[in-house]
Design a protein around this ligand. Structure first.
Ligand SMILES: Cc1ncc(COP(=O)(O)O)c(C=O)c1O
Length: 433
């Protein structure tokens, strides 16, 4: 317990009463006491095909024994090209170029850099500003926390990219509490983008707007009907790139392959990670409109590096093997369609918790749900953590963000397991002061 400084963890509390996972299969983890734990959040929103999937495990094993590592700069390996082809084939129509990274955070920072550089290579070097959204989460690197809007993730690091602004969050309990699916009210919140950029900024200085189509880590904020379409229209009007951070929403989470398709809004760049490899090997990616890629190719001199950016582990052979196998499992098993089929039951079961004490909102879409609890006076987050701990004791893994409980199970979950998931959460809330 001494050496390991755990990420995003209350280390002292954890080390006084550790929770340890030692194995996983299908929908379940096992802990060090040999208890079975139902995975109510796909690990960390990433194990969409469930745990210990043999095609993925075997693909990694084989790859490790064939080509363990290849330098990604100026050299290729076949699996990188195959993984990109497979991912492009699964991407929303119109996003046909793929740039690999190793995480959602790297994907966000890469997309921000790509957006600024894109305008520059086209001779529009004034476009350097970035717009994010309050309560947005785009990982933990400096670009991501600059455009992100979760106060707790920023306040210890009060150093931001210089040219950043934020629009308001869409969270509106007064009008939208207990919405099933997309809330009715709030499309007009997108208009704030136009108001801010035209009054405070010259719109011709804005490079990109980045949002999560559904804000996950902040506590499952579903976009109001029409909101994302409005953002797209405003970006189009002013020549601004629209980036969707689909690190959570990609790969079936919302009952469709991508949020972009679910909401019928095509961004210029999608960032993804997590479900790309079923969480098995770290990997992220950008899905990019070909015009953006082509602008870089056209601007650079012969033999020049067109986009001076990348990581030692970009397109790592093990990650590529895992991605190819994962996408194949998604296709073969029709898991995105399965999520859509299960979504009505998932919705009914989570909304059946309405009326349980402390609950002030329930929201859902596809196979994701957020249950917002009243905070204990003077102790925000304490009740959420207690519910999380009680669920753990009862053999169910959920996420909590402050006093919001989030569920996002693997897409292989059964109807019975959905029932168990929400009945345990209901009991845990009931028993929590
Ligand atoms: C929308 C979004 N973007 C970025 C990230 C960061 O991903 P990672 O933790 O892989 O860096 C996350 C992680 O939860 C996320 O939900």
């Amino acid at each position: 317990m001494q050496a390991y400084w755990m990420p995003f963890t209350s280390n002292r509390h954890f080390k006084s009463a550790p929770r340890m996972l030692v194995s996983a299969d299908g929908m379940y983890y096992r802990d060090d006491l040999d208890r079975q734990i139902l995975d109510g959040c796909a690990g960390l929103w990433c194990v969409n095909a469930g745990h210990n999937r043999q095609p993925i495990v075997e693909a990694i094993q084989k790859q490790a024994a064939t080509l363990d590592y290849a330098p990604p700069f100026q050299i290729g390996h076949p699996k990188a090209f195959e993984a990109a082809e497979q991912l492009a084939a699964m991407a929303p129509a119109g996003l046909s170029k793929v740039f690999f990274v190793n995480s959602g955070s790297e994907a966000a920072d890469t997309a921000l850099k790509m957006a600024i550089a894109y305008h520059r290579v086209r001779g529009d070097a004034a476009r350097v500003k970035l717009v994010g959204r309050e309560r947005g989460y785009h990982g933990v690197n400096f670009g991501g926390i600059s455009v992100g809007g979760i106060a707790g993730n920023r306040k210890l690091f009060p150093v931001s990219l210089p040219a950043v602004d934020h629009i308001k969050s869409t969270h509106d309990l007064a009008r939208n509490a207990f919405s099933r699916g997309e809330p009715e009210f709030g499309a007009e919140l997108a208009d704030e983008l136009e108001a801010r950029i035209t009054t405070l900024h010259d719109p011709s200085t804005i490079a990109a707007v980045i949002v999560e189509p559904m804000a996950g880590s902040t506590g499952v904020l579903i976009p109001p009907k029409g909101y994302l379409k409005r953002l797209r229209e405003i970006c189009d009007k002013y020549g601004i790139l629209l980036i969707f951070d689909e690190v959570i929403t990609g790969f079936g989470r919302l009952g469709a392959d991508w949020a972009a398709n679910r909401f019928d809004v095509l961004p210029d760049i999608i960032t993804c990670a997590k479900g790309l490899t079923n969480g098995v090997v770290p990997m992220g990616a950008l899905l990019i409109k070909p015009e953006i890629h082509d602008a870089f190719m056209a601007a650079a001199a012969d033999r020049a590096i067109e986009f001076p950016h990348g990581y030692t582990y970009s397109a790592h052979p093990l990650a590529c093997a895992a991605a190819i196998a994962t996408l194949d499992v998604y296709r073969q098993e029709g898991l995105f369609g399965r999520a859509a089929t299960l979504a009505p039951r998932f919705e009914d079961k989570v909304h059946a918790l309405r009326g349980e004490r402390h609950i002030k909102d329930i929201r859902n879409l596809g196979l994701v749900a957020g249950i917002e609890l009243e905070s204990r006076p003077g102790a925000p987050g304490a009740r959420g953590m207690d519910v999380f701990l009680k669920c753990w004791e009862k053999g169910v893994l959920v996420r909590f963000t402050g006093d919001i409980i989030a569920c996002s199970p693997p897409l292989i979950i059964s109807e019975q397991e959905i029932d168990t998931l929400f009945s345990v959460i209901g009991e845990a809330i009931h028993e929590t002061e």
